[in-house]
Design a binder for this molecule. Structure first.
Ligand code: ZN
Length: 142
């Protein structure tokens, strides 16, 4: 017999350990909480992103009282205010929502003017790259 059981006269080795720091944490289920599901993580990230977009949009509604392309007032239909990103989100993939949606990168355009920009018939170029949409933005035709 290579590994004999302790004889009844000897103390159990497990009981010799200080249970307050050795055994209890291993037995505490909260020491290894179940990880949050990817679905829950994704839901939270999406909600966070929506909150950032909503906050920036609310600030832009106050800053850009008129379309940054044509200067016209916003209204309904084709005159609805849409938020445009100077550096497109496709080029900022993987960045935090705050890095994509902020006052420097976003401005409000008419729906019809936004289409002209997204379909590359118009080009928006901030006069000062360091302030982006917070400063003057030049509108160029292609
Ligand atoms: Zn416009």
């Amino acid at each position: 017999m290579s590994n004999p059981l302790p004889s009844p006269g000897l103390p159990c080795p497990a009981l010799a350990l200080d249970q307050s720091d050795a055994l209890i944490p291993l037995l505490d289920p909260m020491a290894f909480p179940k990880p949050r599901s990817h679905r829950a993580e994704k839901r939270d990230r999406r909600a966070q992103r929506r909150a950032v977009i909503g906050a920036v949009r609310a600030e832009l509604v106050n800053r850009d009282r008129r379309c940054r392309v044509c200067g016209g007032l916003f209204g309904w239909g084709e005159a609805t205010a849409e938020m445009h990103e100077l550096v497109p989100r496709s080029r900022l993939r993987g960045r935090s929502p705050e890095e994509i949606f902020n006052r420097q990168n976003c401005l409000l355009l008419h729906r019809r003017c936004h289409r002209e920009v997204t379909e590359h018939r118009l080009i928006l170029a901030p006069a000062d790259a360091s302030v982006g949409a917070e400063g003057r933005v030049e509108v160029k035709t292609r």
